[in-house]
Design a protein around this ligand. Structure first.
Ligand code: DQA
Length: 144
């Protein structure tokens, strides 16, 4: 009963980065909430952030081997560019939920395409940090 939450590049700046788009909560606030929510249902959760594509890929590969049931991922800008993250997720057999704080479809056209969506079982965008909580509820309900 293990879930991996991955945050991509620049999400370490949450709270101070364009708060009108991404909100005032910090990444630590979000991760703390997810930790509590998972613990209440007896799930183990690991939350990680990286600005480096390869590091995210290494963590996805690690999840294939350590019994992780689901990955919740906000790939941030790599959403729109990374075939390598898509390939890594394709090699992972558990559930994958893609989360975006902002409604990417309302923004620049380069944000409308997501490589990760080709693999994701579900996609949540535009709900702010609530999107992560909804994703976590969904994966815990599915595996219960
Ligand atoms: C984002 C949307 C991406 O287009 C952007 O590059 C991000 C954050 C979001 O959570 O809304 O860094 O994934």
């Amino acid at each position: 009963k293990k879930i991996l939450v991955l945050h991509g590049p620049n999400l370490n700046l949450l709270g101070t980065r364009q708060p009108e788009i991404y909100g005032h909560e910090t990444l630590e606030d979000i991760n703390h909430g997810l930790f509590e929510q998972a613990a209440l249902s007896g799930w183990e959760i690991a939350c990680r952030q990286s600005n480096h594509e390869g590091e995210l890929i290494d963590w996805i590969q690690g999840a294939r081997l350590d019994g992780t049931a689901a990955i919740i991922i906000n790939p941030a800008a790599y959403t729109h560019t990374s075939v390598a993250i898509l390939d890594a997720l394709n090699a992972f057999e558990g559930r994958v939920i893609e989360v975006h704080l902002s409604n990417v479809h309302q923004r620049e056209s380069f944000r409308h395409r997501s490589y990760v969506s080709l693999r994701a079982d579900g996609v949540i965008a535009g709900l702010g940090s609530q999107g992560y909580r909804a994703a976590l509820d969904a994966v815990m309900a599915a595996e219960r």
